[in-house]
Design a protein around this ligand. Structure first.
Ligand code: ATP
Ligand code: LTN
Length: 336
């Protein structure tokens, strides 16, 4: 750290993850791995975005258990709830409250351009609800309440972050200096992990084909089986190339979990076939995820301890969120 920064307050970080299914290797490499690393240097706030999850249909019992398990995975990854603020989004009502103020300062036209809305409404034509459409405004509220400098996310969230920045800038120009305009923090390797069955699509926990994604909690056997079945081309050369999306995705994954460069990976597998490579990727991923699963199995057993932690997290979060929310309300002209 340079000398002039010694007494400066640490920069702030905020991110959230939806409890919309089993968390995947894509979530881990695109976002969560960075969350773990960033807690060493920054003042971090992390949330389980349960309100976002109901933009697609969720069975109530499954949603409840996924909220618990997502919170427990954050702890199992090594995110320290004492050092950071780790909470469940719906426990802090300022998120939905601020999202109304922001909605009235966001244009229909700009929301209509969001690609995630287009993808998800095409996937669920029977449930194109208003919440799915205004999802990025709630996400902007999640972010702006905590005035973060950085928001660690995978590349698919870049467009939503740009909207959050636009909303913040517009609001500040209209009402005075209220929000910090955050920067996205997207990893160099692993920002966009693709489906193992269709490398044109991102790996997604809500994909019905279970062979297309690896869950953080999958067993070693399942992980190895899914990589063995991963779709590749017939050229049998382990090399990164635009016309080899399947193998390129596997190289990205292997390079992200082993911290080797792409050139090192290509050299390591020169002259070897796809079978050897797929097995090596499966083993490296399984070795990375095994200790997380082991810690998770312990943590999830004690619901009482989890409850204490998420309640404390919500209190810490609300303390910060309230200040920003009431400042915004006042500036807009509400009577407090
Ligand atoms: P869904 O698949 O249900 O739409 P999701 O996994 O895309 O959900 P979140 O759980 O909210 O959505 O994502 C949490 C974080 O994981 C975000 O920062 C997102 O950018 C990142 N992420 C999700 N999928 C991938 C992926 N395939 N590659 C890299 N990062 C990803
Ligand atoms: N939309 C995000 C999840 C999310 C989020 C946030 C990410 C909800 N609120 C705030 C960063 C900051 C997604 O990843 N699908």
């Amino acid at each position: 750290m340079c000398e002039e920064n010694i007494n400066a307050a640490p920069k702030r970080v905020l991110s959230c993850i939806q409890p919309s299914g089993m968390l995947t290797l894509g979530n881990y490499l695109g976002a969560l791995k960075n969350w773990v690393a960033m807690q060493e240097e920054f003042d971090c706030t992390f949330a389980v975005a349960d309100l976002h999850a109901i933009t697609v249909r969720q069975e109530p019992a499954a949603l409840r258990s996924q909220i618990y398990s997502t919170y427990a995975i954050l702890l199992a990854l090594g995110i320290d709830p004492e050092k950071n603020t780790v909470f469940i989004q719906s426990h802090v009502p300022e998120h939905t409250a601020l999202s109304w103020l922001l909605s009235c300062n966001t244009q229909f036209g700009e929301m209509s351009r969001m690609t995630q809305f287009k993808d998800k409404s095409a996937k669920h034509p029977e449930n194109v609800n208003v919440g799915l459409f205004s999802y990025p405004v709630l996400m902007a509220a999640d972010i702006l309440l905590y005035k973060p400098d950085f928001v660690p996310v995978g590349a698919d969230q870049k467009q939503h972050l740009e909207i959050a920045r636009d909303i913040a800038i517009r609001f500040n120009n209209k009402y005075g200096d209220i929000f910090t305009v955050p920067e996205p923090y997207i990893p160099k390797a692993g920002a966009r992990i693709m489906s193992l069955q269709d490398p044109a699509k991102k790996m997604s926990k809500s994909d019905d084909n279970q062979n297309s994604w690896v869950a953080i909690l999958d067993s070693k056997d399942d992980i190895i089986r899914k990589f063995k079945r991963a779709v590749t081309d017939s050229d049998a050369v382990v090399r990164m190339a635009d016309d080899k999306p399947g193998i390129s995705n596997l190289i990205t994954i292997y390079s992200a979990v082993t911290d080797k460069t792409v050139a090192e990976v290509e050299r390591e597998f020169e002259g070897k076939g796809y079978g050897d490579f797929k097995l090596a990727v499966g083993e490296a991923v399984a070795d990375t995820l095994a200790p997380i699963k082991q810690r998770y199995d312990e943590i999830i057993k004690d619901k009482k301890a989890l409850e204490t932690l998420y309640k404390e997290g919500a209190q810490k979060a609300e303390y910060v969120a309230r200040k920003t929310y009431f400042k915004a309300m006042k500036k807009v002209g509400f009577v407090l």
